[in-house]
Design a protein around this ligand. Sequence first.
Ligand SMILES: [Zn+2]
Length: 200
Amino acid sequence: MMVPRSIDEIAHLFDKLPGVGPRAALRYAYWLASQPKNLIRQFADACNLLANQVTACEVCGTWTDNSPCNTCKDPRRDNGMLCVVAVSQDIRPMEEASVFSGKYHVLGGLIDPIEGKTAEHLRVNQLIKRIKDADPVITEVILALDPDVMGDTTALYLTRQLQPLGITISRLARGIPTGAQIEYADEATITDAYINRRNN
Ligand SMILES: [Zn+2]
């Protein structure tokens, strides 16, 4: 089948998106080709903005347009509590639940032996340094990690690493169904899991 180069190139990019295979990528590319030129340009402009603006927060590691991010700069937030999440998008459901008023630390993923992702690929050293250097001190670290094998492995590893620091380490309770992702949990579930968090 002859695919025009302009459509083929964008299809190759869509193919890189998580969960999108080559067939869906080609379908998206043809869909985009059929849209008003303005919308196509908006996609390009948004990608440019992303490339030029987005950066990892120098404190917590979340994606932000201005580092340090607003949460890290917010003087009303409790510096004594640190919530560890795998990825930036896990912060949103925690914030929407409005139960946590501390600060965040983004690991940049979870330990995943199958994908070859080890603790060295995560921001663990930054986490340890952050806790050691904290003034005022951090008294509790809450692990808000997905309740699946990778989340459990990472939580166990972090608990071992953080225990010598003499802080309380807790993990969100199992209100979140096993195998589910925090990113998609609703407010009530997060609230419940937070309130019933247990020492790790
Ligand atoms: Zn930050």
